[in-house]
Design a binder for this molecule. Sequence first.
Ligand SMILES: [Zn+2]
Length: 395
Amino acid sequence: MIFGVFMTEKLYDKDAYLKEFTATVTGSFKEDNGLFKIVLDKTAFFPEEGGQTPDKGTINDIDVKDVQIKEDVICHYLSMDIPVGTEVKGVIDWEHRYTNMQMHSGEHIFSGLVHREFGYDNVGFHLSDNTATMDYNGKLTKEDILRLEMLANRVIWENRKITASFPSSEELEKLDYRSKGPVSGPVRIVKIDGVDLCACCAPHVRLTGEIGLFKIVSFENYKGGVRLNFLSGKRAFLDYERLNDIEIKLSQSLNVKKEDILSSVDKLLKTVAELEYSNTALRRKEVESLCKNSSSGVLFLEKENTDLLRFTMDELKKHLSCVCVVFAGNDAEGYRFLAEYDKEGLNELLEGFKGTFNAKGGGKSGSIQGTLYGKREDIVLFLKDRFENMFGNLS
Ligand SMILES: [Zn+2]
């Protein structure tokens, strides 16, 4: 108990659909971060608890920035003070809350089914505005997940009742309910008819039909079990809308029917690979003739991939025994370089690049590589002035 403040009556326990309420301020404290911690005799604001982020909304038109619970006292964090004794009006951001209720109830259905079908426990739950995950202490395959997902949606279509209650300790002993660990004090049991019994403090929808849709969007192995990312209710619908929009845009830009998108992309990727292959063959031919006609070991290419840089170096070394440096890039974006020499001097060259052209890179004896920034003519001038004995005829 916070000094002088008694536990807050949780209005959301009895009525998850309460959007507005009146209450009295029983505590007001200025925090170090400049916010005011306001405690009420009762509240409909659900605090951050059980893996779920807190409700949003206003108290006397002041934005509620955070809601936390400590020893049954619920603290609302506001940017302005409200004196003790004031009668206030609280308004819940209903869109946000209802979306969370749809998500959380969806999780209960799925976890209940996982427990029934596989005997696994839900050992982690996280629900924020961006992510929603459920962890189970056993492995599930893709096929298992698809089957469970279909079962969960069937429970939604069957429009089953969801109720919350506080059974007596004798009643509780007889109940076979899910729980994330030992619970103290009165235990709130959320029941989904014929599907699940679970100890939970959060607000839920009244009927499974209100969830509308449940979808697992991805899963990964996690701590010997599995972690699933899921969506339900409005958030699942918004995601469907987003995906459908992508599908329409792809279908338009590829100029194919929706059902032909994947085969069309496959074809496109094959064509790109073939073009890359023939382009590389052409570039190699060009490079071969460039290297044959080069009188110095310094060669500038356009932006090239690592393979071609290597190929160019090998070609150059066929014709020249001096130090060879191949640059690929342009003045504006910088150059990648590869330099090879079987005598001393490469370290000095690398240090010179670092000092003059802000180069990054390294290498082993006989070969260095990296990136540098400068104008092509300045690089040539630098090599002429500082390393002419290594390069021979630089023009
Ligand atoms: Zn729950």
